[in-house]
Each structure stands twice: as C-alpha cells, then as structure tokens.
Design a protein around this ligand. Structure first.
Ligand code: HEC
Ligand code: HEC
Length: 274
C-alpha cells in the first residue's frame, strides 16, 4: 500500500494515468463503433427485403406465390439466389408474359434499385448464388493480362458454350422451339449471372465446376469477339462457319454449274440440227 501511494506521487504518474485513460477511450470506441455500423447495415438490408416483398407481391406472386414457394404458373424461387433475380428481371425476361417455348428478353420494367430489392427478398428465402461484384466480371486493367484472359476465355468458351451459342456467340436453334440467344450486347454482369444460374435450358456453371477466374475470362472473350474482332470484310453469313459457307457453296456453286450444263446442252442440240 505504501509502495502504491509513493508511486502516485511520482512526477510521471499523471502522464501514465492520462495515457491509460486515452487507451481505454480508444479501445471502447473501437469496440462499439463497428457494431453500430453493422447494425445500420442489417437494418438497411431488412428495409430492402421489406420493399422487395411488396414489389414481389404485386408483380411476381401471381405466378411464383406470395412467399416465392411457386405455383402451377411458375417455379419455386427458394434458393435461386439474388443473381437469378438480377439476371431474369435485369434482362426483362421476368415478369414473364405469354406462355411459350422460352421466356424471351424484353424491355426491362423495373429500375436497378427495385431489382436489388426484389433480389434481396428472394435471397432472404434461401441461400443461393449472389450478384457478382464488378471486379468479378470486368476485364483486367493490365492489357497483357487481359490479352491472356481473352485467349484462355476463348478456349473455355469453345469447350463449354459454343455448342449452343456458336463459336462467335451468335446463338443458335435448340430443340422444341427453344434457342440459345446471341450474346451480342449482353451486359458483362448478366453474362456472369447466366453462368452462375443457368437460365431455362442452359446448364449452370457453379464455382465448383468453373471457378470465378474462368468465368471472368469467358466474359472477357465474349466482349472481345463483339467489340474488337478483326473482320476481313465480305459477308459474315452469321459467323456460323462451315454450315452456312457450305450451304452457300452448294446453292450458288452447284446452281451455276447446272445453268452452265443446261446452256451447253442447249447449244449442242442446236448445232446438230443445223
Ligand atoms: C406470368 C407468370 C410469371 C410472372 C408474373 C413472373 N414469373 Fe418468374 N418465372 C415464371 C416461369 C414460368 C419461370 C420458369 C421459366 C423457365 O425456366 O422455363 C420463371 C422463372 C423465374 C426465375 C428463375 C428461377 C430459376 O430457377 O433460376 C426467377 C429468378 C424469376 N422467375 C423471378 C421473377 C420475379 C422477380 C418476378 C416479378 C418481377 C417474376 N418472376 C414474375 C413465371 C413468371
Ligand atoms: C445447352 C446449351 C447451352 C450451353 C452449353 C450454354 N448456354 Fe447460354 N443459353 C442457353 C439458352 C437456351 C439460353 C436462353 C435462356 C433464357 O432465355 O432464359 C441461354 C442464355 C444465355 C445468356 C443470356 C443472353 C441474353 O440474351 O440475355 C448468356 C449470357 C449465356 N447464355 C451465356 C453462356 C455462356 C457464357 C456459356 C458457357 C459457359 C453458355 N451460355 C452455355 C443455352 C446454352
């Protein structure tokens, strides 16, 4: 006890107390401030879910049910994730209109913030693929890395996507009136989400089978074929490759040969008569 009171009178005692007090204040602040921010985040989140629920009740529940459980007119949305909503509503496919072989792209009727709210509501029904962040789908800012991504993406595209979307992403017909659409002008975010969620007849490519990095490379390739692919001129014939080129050869090439053959035949018979 004596020792302590002796120390209290030490000239540095006041300084030590001050430092301890400052450290305690700082520590308390650090302990409480992030908690407040996290609370603000969750309340913004639950607000978005509430707004999304209202929008959903008006625009989507007639087919998907009030709680997204699905009806005879639309599938359950439990566990499809925010990425599926961002894709389906962001490309105008949803809300669906006429029944048909496939729900087509249409004019988008919701604003991006409404789409985010709908997505937050559907994501709250069950865990699923999350809307990607720009750094996941935007091309690399380093030109050398981007060039490497494009060539790797081209390989991945030819093995995973070209059988339906064609080598240049121009799209093609599938069975029963379904089709793989052209990828021209599709937003990079929506290309990424299509791979995550596999809309309608398209298979999905989850991160377990196709890592994030590979999806980004495919997006880089698709954007590249559309914007910077050198075009040697002439008709592209839909960039369909040997099929249309061959068809062109058969119809025009053989057509010309037949005309020539008829012409030759007509001339030889005339020559005999005279
Ligand atoms: C007229 C009925 C109808 C309405 C209205 C409608 N949908 Fe759909 N929705 C469907 C059908 C049918 C499918 C399944 C399409 C398919 O896969 O062939 C579907 C599929 C979806 C999918 C994809 C599910 C998956 O497995 O990836 C999402 C997400 C979706 N709808 C969200 C919405 C949202 C959000 C709204 C409201 C803005 C909405 N839908 C309005 C009929 C509807
Ligand atoms: C089995 C055939 C098939 C394969 C393989 C396939 N897709 Fe698709 N894809 C489709 C169909 C069918 C649709 C239309 C779905 C719809 O309208 O909901 C589609 C739609 C898309 C869309 C949406 C386009 C738009 O207009 O909004 C994108 C982007 C896309 N696919 C990218 C890819 C990529 C990238 C790959 C390879 C990783 C791939 N697809 C592999 C059949 C396929």
């Amino acid at each position: 006890m004596k020792k302590l009171s002796a120390r209290r009178r030490h000239p540095l005692a006041a300084l030590v107390v001050l430092l301890l007090a400052l450290a305690a204040t700082g520590g308390l602040y650090a302990a409480f401030a992030p908690a407040e921010k996290a609370q603000a985040d969750t309340s913004a989140q639950s607000l978005a879910i509430d707004e999304g629920k209202k929008l959903f009740a008006v625009g989507c529940s007639s087919c998907h049910g009030l709680n997204g459980q699905g009806t005879s007119d639309g599938p359950s949305l439990v566990g499809v994730g925010s990425a599926a909503v961002d894709f389906q509503v962001g490309t105008g496919r949803m809300p669906a209109q006429q029944p048909g072989a496939q729900v087509p792209r249409k004019k988008v009727i919701y604003s991006q913030s409404e789409i985010d709210q709908l997505a937050a509501f559907v994501a709250s029904l069950g865990p699923g693929p999350v809307v990607p962040k720009p750094e996941q789908y935007n091309p690399s800012t380093d030109p050398a890395k981007n060039a490497a991504d494009i060539s790797k993406g081209g390989e991945l595209f030819r093995t995973n996507c070209a059988q339906c979307h064609n080598f240049a992403g121009q799209g093609g017909a599938l069975t029963n009136g379904k089709y793989a659409p052209s990828l021209e002008g599709v937003d990079p975010k929506h290309i990424y989400e299509a791979m995550q969620t596999g809309p309608q007849n398209m298979p999905s490519f989850p991160d377990t089978t196709m890592p994030e990095e590979q999806k980004r490379q495919i997006v880089a390739f698709v954007r590249h074929t559309e914007n910077d692919e050198p075009n040697p001129g002439g008709l592209t014939l839909g960039s369909l490759g040997p099929v249309t080129e061959g068809l062109f050869g058969w119809i025009f090439g053989l057509g010309v040969l037949i005309v020539v053959a008829i012409w030759v035949a007509a001339h030889t018979t005339k020559a005999k008569k005279s």
